[in-house]
Ligand binder design. Structure first.
Ligand code: PRT
Ligand code: ZN
Length: 210
C-alpha cells in the first residue's frame, strides 16, 4: 500500500482529489477524516497542511505527496519532485505601493520586505545583487506596507486582484509555481511498482487533457 499526502483543505485539495479520481482510483472522503483507503487501488490518502507535506514525504511518513513548488523549494526539498501536475499555477512576486516610483529591483536596496517565503526571496535578491531586510510573517502579507511594517512585499499572486485591492503593484516575478507530485527517495520495490502504475495513469490523464 502506497501512502499519498494531499492538502486537507485549501487551493490544492480539490484538484488533487480530482486527479486521483480521474486515474480511476475510488475512495470515500469525509471532511472529518484524516485518512482514507482506496477501494480499488493500493493507495491510502492522508490529509495534511500543505507546509507539512514535503517534510512528511522526506521522512517517509508518507511515500508520495502533492504540493506547490513554492512550498517545496522554500523548504529546500525540490529533489523529491517526480512529475509536474499542471494545476494550482501561480507566481511569487514582489510588489510595492501603487503610487511608488519604481524603476528596477535595485530600488529595493536597504528596504524592508515582508514575505512568507524568506528563502526563495533571499535567493532571488542574491542573484540580483540586492541587499534588503526580509521580515518573515506567516500570513496577511499584503497589508504589511499599509501598516508600516515594510516598504515592499513578496507574495503569491494568481489573478493579481488581491494586490490591486490592497493598493499594490506587481514589480518583479521571483518564482513560477505549479502543483507537483513528490516521492520519498528510498521507496521499497513494491511501493515503487505502485508509484509507477499511478504515474502511468497520471500521464494518461494529462495526455487526454491536451
Ligand atoms: O492550510 P494550509 O497550510 O494547508 O494552506 P495554505 O493557506 O498555506 O495554502 P493555500 O490553500 O492558500 O494554497 C496552497 C497552494 O496553492 C500554494 O502553496 C500555491 O502553490 C497555490 N496557489 C495558487 C496559491 C494561489 N494560487 C493564490 N492565489 N496560493 C495562495 N494564493 C493566495 C495568495 O497568498 C494571495 O493571498 O491568494 C492571494 C492572491 O490571489 P489573487 O488571485 O488575488 O492574485
Ligand atoms: Zn500552508
Amino acid at each position: 500500500m502506497l501512502r499519498l499526502a494531499i492538502q486537507k483543505s485549501g487551493r490544492l485539495s480539490e484538484d488533487s482529489l480530482k486527479l486521483i479520481r480521474e486515474c480511476g482510483i475510488s475512495f470515500i472522503t469525509s471532511s472529518l477524516k484524516l485518512k482514507t483507503e482506496s477501494t480499488n487501488f493500493p493507495l491510502e490518502i492522508l490529509y495534511l497542511r500543505d507546509d507539512d507535506i514535503p517534510g512528511y514525504v522526506a521522512d517517509g511518513v508518507a511515500d508520495i505527496g502533492i504540493v506547490g513548488q513554492n512550498v517545496l523549494v522554500e523548504e529546500g526539498k525540490q529533489a523529491l519532485t517526480v512529475e509536474k501536475l499542471g494545476f494550482s499555477k501561480c507566481r511569487l512576486s514582489l510588489a510595492v505601493p501603487k503610487s511608488d516610483q519604481y524603476e528596477s529591483v535595485q530600488d529595493l536596496n536597504g528596504k524592508n520586505i515582508a514575505t512568507s517565503y524568506p528563502n526563495l526571496l533571499q535567493a532571488y535578491l542574491n542573484e540580483q545583487g540586492v541587499e534588503a531586510h526580509i521580515h518573515t510573517i506567516s500570513g496577511s502579507v499584503e497589508i504589511a506596507p499599509s501598516i508600516g511594517l515594510a516598504e515592499a512585499i513578496c507574495d503569491i499572486v494568481s489573478s493579481g486582484s488581491t494586490l490591486i485591492s490592497n493598493g499594490l503593484k506587481e514589480v518583479e516575478r521571483v518564482f513560477k509555481s505549479e502543483a507537483v507530485l513528490i516521492a520519498n527517495d528510498t521507496l521499497s520495490e513494491e511501493k515503487r511498482r505502485i508509484l509507477d502504475k499511478l504515474l502511468f495513469r497520471i500521464q494518461a490523464v494529462q495526455r487526454a487533457q491536451k
